[in-house]
Write a protein that binds this ligand. Structure first.
Ligand SMILES: Cc1ncc(C[n+]2csc(CCOP(=O)(O)OP(=O)(O)O)c2C)c(N)n1
Length: 582
């Protein structure tokens, strides 16, 4: 109850007691976070967001704030958090450079459908448009890389704006939302009537109405198919539909291949898991994409890294596409039947309508081609005949020690593709990577966030020597706040993936891919993080064990072959059927 001065209709001032609470815009922000169940925020302060940080001082016991070392680290951490927890990740940043430092992470979260709410401070409303100190037009800059953004200039707008932000970020196909709050709105007091979560916005239909007719058409195609193939993506994980997905493939008996973003939705050892699609994916699912008669795409978006040359992609097949986002239907690949909807709802209906089958001969065909890949690529990668260590054998030994229970976070490059190809997973939400944007520097901060999202699980960040140098300042965040991250640097002394392309497609004209590194172990020690560097195979198992058993964060640098390549490979401009084994 507050005593407030009010003006009556005659403009006479009267003092009365009203059942309203006055709070500041900043307090309203923090109340909104608490009401949304947020416990952890990643952020970095500055002038235009100081009132929110001042209010945070009094919420220290309710909200954990992780001070990152760069706003890009903050948003990647929020992404890692969202990926392992399935919840919305929250980031604070100041105006100007603080806000612009978020852009890469926003673009990454947008293309990989991560639910993120960014709250940025902004200059006072009366200074907007004056080129004020640290003013930047964050709304226009972030429009293409946010699912929604909005600028608040009045404190009273804050509860509703944030309720909408959380609803939009997590509903339907998730994505990043940015709320920019001018400084006057942060300090202004207003009559707070409580926080009402949002569950509906006019014209926004995050969950399409399920049309049984289309599901029946899909089931008819599946029931007639002799060589059906399922391609699954992150939609299965985002829809929390892993169980429904498994029931569908187990009843229909259809082989299932995954995109990088779908990895871990189905356990690696499932007998119908036929591996990874796309540029560095497995041989069988790529080749047989162009032999199947019905292709059933579930929660994936036919990214060009998956399809290769589109005019030669699965032309013989009828295409069924299950997706929650209508913008994805017919975007890259024209469908025969589109099942628009949340796969948690559509898959059980489809499962009821499909016949129980085993497709034994068709599945055996995948295993035959797999043998070819083992002979030409996998055998040497996992059990090298030379003394030089391969990335694959490091991942193999890691699998033996974790048993497939770890969360694997990767950066971008050869190590990423090798980790995705060979890491084993027993449970969902275990593979955290930058799929769509391919953002080097993602790995370390995302691993920090992944730990806050799943602190009970081992978090292993596999990172290249190049990408690690992009965001290694986040070692400071680990040092200060104690996230337990096992950092596994696979050092080939090159920007390996670009070097591979220069070798294969530019006649080995190595142009600025030779990268020198600091002594990473010494750098880590400077941040009070233990570590070691190894270059002999005999040391590998013990070193990985030491890393995994260490009670805190640990950095292990493994020197691997300088000019090893990742195969198979669908070269850019090639069809998936033209995948090269060497
Ligand atoms: C921010 C950013 N800059 C440039 C690239 C282009 N790129 C993709 S992979 C790669 C090399 C990565 O090298 P490293 O981190 O050492 O990993 P490796 O490929 O050797 O495993 C580069 C430069 C990128 N993906 N992201």
């Amino acid at each position: 109850m507050n005593t407030v001065e009010t003006k009556n209709e005659d403009s006479k001032t009267a003092t009365e007691t009203v059942a309203k609470t006055q709070i500041s815009g900043s307090q309203a922000v923090l109340e909104a976070l608490l009401a949304e169940g947020i416990e952890t925020v990643f952020g970095y302060p500055g002038g235009a967001i100081m009132p929110i940080y001042d209010a945070l001082y009094d919420y220290n016991d309710k909200l954990k704030h992780i001070l990152v070392r760069h706003e890009q680290g903050g948003i990647h951490a929020a992404q890692g958090f969202a990926r392992t927890s399935g919840k919305v990740g929250v980031v604070f940043a100041t105006s100007g450079p603080g806000a612009t430092n978020l852009i890469t992470g926003l673009a990454d979260a947008m293309i990989d459908s991560n639910p993120i709410v960014c709250i940025t401070g902004q200059v006072f409303a009366h200074l907007l448009g004056t080129d004020a100190f640290q003013e930047t037009d964050v709304i226009n800059i972030t429009t293409p890389v946010t699912k929604w953004n909005y600028q608040v200039t009045e404190a009273s707008e804050i509860p509703e704006a944030l309720a909408k932000a959380f609803y939009i970020a997590r509903s339907g196909r998730p994505g990043p939302v940015l709320i920019d709050i001018t400084k006057n709105a942060q300090v202004q007091l207003f009559d707070y009537l409580g926080y009402k979560p949002c569950s509906h916005i006019r014209s926004y239909r995050p969950k399409p109405i399920v049309r049984n007719k289309h599901i029946q058409e899909a089931a008819d195609l599946i029931n007639q198919a002799k060589k059906p193939l399922v391609l699954f993506g992150q939609g299965v994980i985002l829809g929390k539909a892993e169980k429904e997905f498994k029931e569908f493939i187990e009843k229909s008996g259809i082989p299932a291949a995954w995109t990088v973003m779908g990895l871990s939705a189905l356990e690696t050892d499932h007998p119908q898991n036929v591996g990874m699609l796309g540029m560095h994916g497995n041989y069988a699912p790529n080749v047989l994409t162009n032999e199947c008669d019905v292709l059933i795409a579930i929660g994936m978006r036919f990214d060009d890294r998956v399809t290769g040359r589109l005019d030669k992609y699965a032309k013989q097949a009828k295409i069924i596409h299950l997706d929650i986002d209508p913008a994805e239907i017919d975007k890259n690949v024209k469908t025969t039947v589109a099942v628009w909807g949340d796969c948690k709802e559509t898959l059980p209906i489809l499962t009821k309508l499909v016949d129980k089958k085993s497709h034994t001969d068709w599945l055996a065909h995948f295993r035959e081609l797999e043998k070819e890949e083992v002979k030409e690529v996998i055998q040497e990668e996992l059990n090298p005949s030379s003394d030089i260590m391969t990335m694959g054998e490091v991942v193999k030994v890691l699998n033996e020690l974790t048993g497939g229970d770890a969360v694997i976070v990767t950066d971008v490059g050869q190590h990423q593709m090798v980790a995705c190809r060979y890491a084993k997973f027993n449970q969902s939400k275990s593979n955290v990577t930058s799929g769509g944007l391919g953002t080097m520097g993602f790995g370390l901060p995302a691993a920090i966030g992944a730990w806050y999202g799943a602190p009970e699980r081992p978090i292993v960040a596999i990172i290249g020597d190049g990408g690690f140098q992009m965001t290694l300042q986040e070692l400071g965040t680990i040092m200060q706040f104690g996230a337990k991250v096992k950092i596994l640097i696979l050092n080939n002394e090159f920007l390996g993936m670009v070097r591979q392309w220069q070798q294969l497609f530019n006649d080995k004209r190595y142009s600025f891919v030779d990268i020198t590194s600091p002594d990473f172990v010494t750098v880590a020690k400077g941040y009070h993080i233990d570590g070691q560097r190894i270059s002999e195979r005999e040391q590998l198992k013990d070193a990985l064990k030491t890393m995994l058993d260490h009670p805190d964060s640990y950095l292990l640098e493994v020197m691997v072959g300088k000019e090893n390549n990742v195969f198979p490979m669908v070269a850019q401009g090639s069809s998936v059927a033209e995948i090269r084994l060497k």
